[in-house]
Ligand binder design. Structure first.
Ligand code: GRF
Length: 198
C-alpha cells in the first residue's frame, strides 16, 4: 500500500518566521504528512524569506501596499500564487494582515493560524503583557482553524506554560514561543492527516 500523498503547504509570514522554521524542520521528517512548498510574505523585508530560501523553498512577496485599501485585490493576488503552487493547506505564522471573509472562505477548514495566548483569552496584540497585567497564572499558545472573526475558530492544539512570579514580557514570550514551535507542527500534522477537522 502506498502512503497518502503529502499535503502541499504554504506558510504566510510577515516577519522573522520562527514558527515557519519550526514547520520546515518538522516537514523534513520522511513520515511527516505535509511538505512546505511555498513561503509567502506581504513584507518584502521579512526575515523568514531568507530562511525559507536557504532551505530550498520557493518564496513569493505580495506587498499589500501595492493594492492600497483594496484588500480583495491583494488577496486575489495571493490566491493566484497559491493556486499556481497547488496548495492544499495554508499556515498563517505571524502574518499581520486581517483577511476578508472572501479569502477565508476559499480556505475554509484548510487554513491554520497560531496565536500566542490560550484562546479565547487574550485575542489581539500584546498578549504577553496583557496576561501579566491580568495576573494570569497560566498562559500559552493556540493553533486554530481560521474563520472570518479574528483569533477565533475551532481549536486544534493548545500548549500552556505557568506564569512565574518574576516573569517579564520577554521571559514569558520566550517560553510561549518554545511552546508555539512544538504545537504548530503537531497541529499541521493532525490536519494533514485529516485527524482534526473544523
Ligand atoms: C508568534 O508569536 C505568533 O504566535 C504570532 O506572531 C508571532 C510570529 O513569530 N501570530 P514568528 O514570525 O513565527 O517568529
Amino acid at each position: 500500500m502506498s502512503a497518502a500523498p503529502r499535503k502541499r503547504v504554504a506558510v504566510l509570514i510577515s516577519g522573522r518566521g520562527s514558527n515557519m522554521t519550526a514547520l520546515i524542520e518538522a516537514a523534513k521528517a520522511p513520515d511527516y504528512p505535509a511538505e512546505i512548498v511555498l513561503v509567502m510574505s506581504n513584507v518584502p523585508e521579512a526575515g523568514g524569506l531568507a530562511t525559507a530560501q536557504a532551505n530550498g523553498i520557493a518564496t513569493c512577496v505580495v506587498d499589500h501596499r501595492a493594492f492600497g485599501k483594496d484588500r480583495e485585490a491583494f488577496e486575489h493576488a495571493m490566491q493566484d500564487v497559491l493556486a499556481t503552487y497547488h496548495i492544499d493547506i495554508v499556515c498563517l505564522a505571524g502574518f499581520m494582515r486581517l483577511l476578508t471573509p472572501w479569502f477565508v472562505g476559499q480556505w475554509q477548514g484548510r487554513m491554520l493560524n497560531i496565536h500566542p495566548a490560550l484562546l479565547p483569552a487574550f485575542k489581539g496584540l500584546d498578549t504577553h503583557a496583557r496576561a501579566l497585567a491580568a495576573g494570569a497564572t497560566q498562559h500559552g499558545a493556540t493553533v486554530h482553524f481560521v474563520v472570518p472573526e479574528m483569533d477565533a475558530g475551532p481549536i486544534i492544539v493548545q500548549g500552556a506554560v505557568d506564569v512565574l512570579p518574576d516573569d517579564t514580557e520577554a521571559t514569558l514570550a520566550a517560553r510561549v514561543l518554545a511552546v508555539e514551535h512544538r504545537i504548530y507542527p503537531e497541529a499541521l500534522r493532525r490536519v494533514a492527516e485529516d485527524r482534526s477537522k473544523p
